[in-house]
Design a protein around this ligand. Structure first.
Ligand code: GRF
Length: 215
């Protein structure tokens, strides 16, 4: 078996996606090792989850740094020392600068609660409801310098039902998310999925469109 995929997971809040990755590793569904859990919010519950599982945690909050660049530089130095195979953004609510992203090109993943490229940014659940959309979804994508941009790897969609509110959509999305991140990471770990020069390959064949998640 190939060596475990080295991950750094960046969070800001609840950390339920982090938990799904921890659970997948513990149950041997995912051959990976979380080298560090990093949060830009010292109150993030995800830090408690990480500590409970004996993971190394680190907090860096923006008010301790003079500007965005200094924050990014400190984070970059820390990550360079860990040298993870992938940086997993799992509810990390801070925009990373282009220099940072360039330093880890092809190695940063994000999970976003919408059918990208639709509904980039925040409050996706309320916005799809306000626009009377018929469906909504979750996307896992490679991070590029543009917000919520970058090629989508795996995408799940689900119908919006009468009576749905933002909370119900969030819960439905989360149930999918918790299966999707471990899936993508396990493809990376096995080599089924690879990323080169900003392009995705599944079983060595260029991925022209997102893989539909089979819910
Ligand atoms: C998820 O809904 C994810 O799509 C978004 O932030 C949320 C994080 O949730 N990027 P959690 O902290 O993993 O529970």
């Amino acid at each position: 078996m190939s060596p475990p995929l080295k991950l750094a997971v960046l969070i800001s809040g609840n950390g339920s996606n982090l938990q799904s990755i921890i659970d997948a590793i513990k149950s041997a569904r995912l051959n990976a090792e979380i080298k560090a859990v990093i949060s830009n919010n010292r109150h993030a519950f995800g830090l408690v989850r990480a500590t409970q599982h004996g993971l190394h945690t680190w907090v860096l909050e923006h008010e301790d740094y003079k500007d965005r660049k200094q924050f990014d530089d400190v984070l970059r130095h820390y990550l360079e020392a860990i040298d993870p195979d992938y940086i997993v953004l799992a509810g990390f609510m801070r925009i990373l600068g282009a220099d940072f992203i360039r330093a880890f090109e092809n190695r940063i993943l994000n999970i976003h609660p919408s059918l990208l490229p639709a509904y980039k940014g925040l409050d996706t659940h309320q916005r799809v409801l306000d626009n009377h959309e018929k469906e909504h979804g979750v996307s896992i994508h490679l991070v590029t310098a543009k917000l919520d941009d970058g090629p989508v790897i795996l995408q799940a969609s689900y119908p919006i039902k009468p009576g749905d509110d933002a909370e119900k959509l969030q819960q439905r999305g989360h149930r999918l998310e918790h299966r999707m991140y471990p899936q993508v990471l396990s493809w990376l770990s096995s080599g089924d999925l690879s990323i080169k020069d900003g392009r995705l390959y599944y079983e060595q064949i260029p991925l022209e469109k997102p893989i539909p998640f089979d819910a």
